[in-house]
Write a protein that binds this ligand. Structure first.
Ligand code: GLU
Ligand code: ZN
Length: 301
């Protein structure tokens, strides 16, 4: 069993990222598997080296040691080889749609808008995808439906080409897009089990379709509950409201913070190592929880 924790280093670590890291780490350690930390730093406009360093430090402080650390931005050659492979299949095309053209149409399962595959008939320039500057590149997906149920029983079956539309694989600013990078990296690292938050569940069918196009093995998937915060009258994915710096100031004992996270996941109290023997996914709740900062402590309900 080989799994990974793959945070985007676009902000401070927070209770949601730490919960995910703990669940991934426990999944591996409880079956003598491997746990890889992959820093997802491809979004040049949003990442900061300081946040990668903070993430590494926060995980180490909590007691989560990784068998290997991979930095996604160092893997460009592998990502570009995948683009070449898709180009050889005649599947890449430039998308020149404006943001306005891409929003407000049909709602997609990921909470955004479905792309209507408007530019599908556009050809790559003579020099291929590398000759395209300042233009997004998409991949034409087969119209097939992917039948998929994750390890927690979450039904993720989808016809991604229609429900979400063809994904962007290289962004307008030249960055390799998440959907492509994640598939290439999971395969290269030999990931057998992808364990991550439910916020990404709707992307899974697209990723499976990309695996098929690239001839890559399909890992098992599991999507866990999230910590939410109140945003006005609604609940939203936890963001900047409980940053690592605040947590680190309040908690001087890693075991105490780990226990708050573990209790929220119905795993009892203890350090990561102490939680290993009794860890089981059957104990972990399905429903999302609310995380609050009451000034003195992290409160999960
Ligand atoms: N980097 C993504 C995030 O932090 C997660 C990627 C994944 O687990 O597939 O939201
Ligand atoms: Zn387009």
């Amino acid at each position: 069993m080989i799994t990974r924790f793959a945070p985007s280093t676009t902000g401070e670590a927070h209770p949601g990222t730490l919960l995910s890291a703990l669940l991934v780490w426990l999944s591996a350690r409880s079956v003598n598997g491997r746990a890889i930390l992959r820093l997802e730093d491809l979004d040049r406009t949003r990442v900061k080296a300081a946040w990668s360093e903070q993430m590494i430090g926060a995980l180490a402080w909590l007691g989560l040691a990784w068998d290997e650390t991979v930095t996604q931005s160092e893997r460009t050659a592998r990502h570009e080889a995948a683009l070449d492979q898709l180009a050889a299949q005649g599947r890449l095309y430039p998308c020149t749609c404006s943001r306005a053209q891409r929003t407000g149409g049909r709602p997609a399962p990921d909470g955004g808008w479905a792309y209507e595959n408007t530019c599908r008939d556009r050809a790559l320039p003579l020099g291929g995808w590398r000759a395209l500057a300042e233009t997004s590149i998409r991949v034409r997906l087969p119209d097939d439906r992917i039948e998929l149920v994750d390890q927690g029983g979450l039904v993720l079956s989808q016809q991604p080409a229609r429900e979400l539309g063809d994904p962007i694989v290289r962004r307008r600013d030249g960055a390799i897009a998440y959907q492509l990078a994640v598939v290439v990296d999971d395969a290269d690292e030999g990931i057998t089990d992808v364990i991550r938050g439910r916020d990404i569940a709707a992307s899974t069918a697209t990723q499976v379709m990309l695996q098929r196009l690239l001839g890559l093995a399909q890992p098992r998937y599991r999507h866990h509950f999230l910590f939410l915060e109140s945003a006005g009258t609604k609940l939203a994915k936890l963001h900047g409201s409980i940053p690592w710096t605040a947590l680190r100031e309040r908690y001087t004992d890693p075991r105490e913070l780990c226990s708050v996270l573990a209790m929220a996941a119905n795993l009892g109290a203890g350090s990561p190592q102490e939680l290993v023997p009794s860890f089981a996914w059957s104990r972990v709740p399905i429903a999302d929880k609310v995380a609050r900062w009451d000034g003195a402590s992290l409160v999960i309900s």
